[in-house]
Design a protein around this ligand. Structure first.
Ligand SMILES: Cc1cc2nc3c(=O)[nH]c(=O)nc-3n(C[C@H](O)[C@H](O)[C@H](O)COP(=O)(O)OP(=O)(O)OC[C@H]3O[C@@H](n4cnc5c(N)ncnc54)[C@H](O)[C@@H]3O)c2cc1C
Length: 275
């Protein structure tokens, strides 16, 4: 089937990326799998190449693309080659939409240039040891200080992609006590800098697949988070999380379609070669 969805610019980008992946990722990918993630500097390399800033507005150092198609090319080419850029996908496909939709201009100024350069790698922490699908059950607590200047965060998260190397983590926290009458109320997103005192990365989890994405346990013990690191409005996290699911699902669908195509290609090559 001939596709008409991509234009010449997308295809030129695809050719450059394919070459980069073949030369700079395929030869070292096995080592990354053993370590559990790419070297930290690799993300800066992606930043130099412009891959992390495709959809970051130009005023914050990105290319300002508004279409998802370039990200789609990245997903297709990674899957085609059977490799990954570590936690790139969460950083660029998942986190950026949150920052674009809910960050203030001041927050964008603070975080997006580093985001695009690969100096600030990001992750999102929703899941907890006893809370998976049912996010309304989140118990990591954030209490606003009396002077309103910072939150104090206590709790634990698990299965967090990019958790080992992240510099900034969007942490879903409970800012008001659980209300059985409105299970979706009371959750907020705080952007926690991982250099903060009281923040710790626990185990890096061993997985049967996705070996180059660092999946981690995180803990928060009286972590002070400045009030200006609240993303969007207090209490609105549940609706923010639901809203962004559409693009997350699109990214998964794209990766799955590209994986099916790659599997078919490998199978055809194999049966033609085998006697
Ligand atoms: C590789 C990997 C990376 C991840 N990265 C992140 C990340 O970056 N950030 C993050 O926050 N989380 C991350 N997660 C966690 C992921 O979001 C959770 O695994 C997911 O939300 C499911 O939660 P759970 O594993 O606790 O399963 P559970 O919620 O315990 O579900 C177990 C099973 O029960 C089913 N089930 C649950 N509730 C119901 C119900 N009410 N009715 C019927 N069936 C039900 C589910 O469909 C599932 O089949 C990651 C997980 C993995 C495996």
């Amino acid at each position: 089937m001939r596709r008409t969805v991509f234009n010449e610019d997308h295809e030129a980008f695809r050719a450059t990326l394919r070459d980069f992946i073949e030369k700079e990722v395929v030869p070292v990918h096995r080592e990354w799998e053993q370590v559990g993630h790419p070297p930290r500097d690799f993300y800066r390399r992606l930043g130099d190449l412009g891959v992390l800033g495709i959809e970051v507005p130009q005023e914050f150092g990105g290319a300002g693309e508004t279409s998802y198609k370039y990200q789609a090319v990245v997903t297709e080419e990674l899957t085609r080659a059977g490799v990954s850029f570590g936690s790139y996908s969460v950083h660029a496909n998942l986190i950026l939409p949150y920052l674009m939709a809910y960050a203030t201009q001041e927050q964008k100024k603070r975080w997006l240039p580093g985001f695009a350069r690969g100096d600030i790698m990001t992750a999102i922490a929703m899941t907890e040891p006893s809370t998976g699908s049912d996010l309304a059950n989140i118990s990591t607590r954030a209490t606003l200080s009396e002077d309103g200047r910072h939150y104090v965060v206590n709790g634990a998260k698990t299965f967090i992609t990019g958790g080992v190397l992240a510099d900034l983590i969007l942490v879903v926290v409970r800012t008001t006590p659980f209300d059985p009458g409105d299970r979706r109320a009371g959750l907020s997103i705080l952007c926690v800098e991982t250099a903060s005192e009281g923040f710790a990365v626990g185990r890096k989890l061993d997985k049967i697949g996705l070996k180059t994405t660092d999946t981690a346990e995180l803990s928060f013990s009286d972590v002070k988070v400045p009030a200006e690191n609240l993303l969007g409005q207090e209490g609105k996290a549940f609706s923010y999380l639901s809203h962004n699911l559409a693009q997350e699902r699109l990214a998964i669908a794209l990766g799955s379609a590209a994986a099916a195509e790659a599997a078919l290609r490998h199978a055809i090559a194999y049966v033609k070669d085998r006697t």
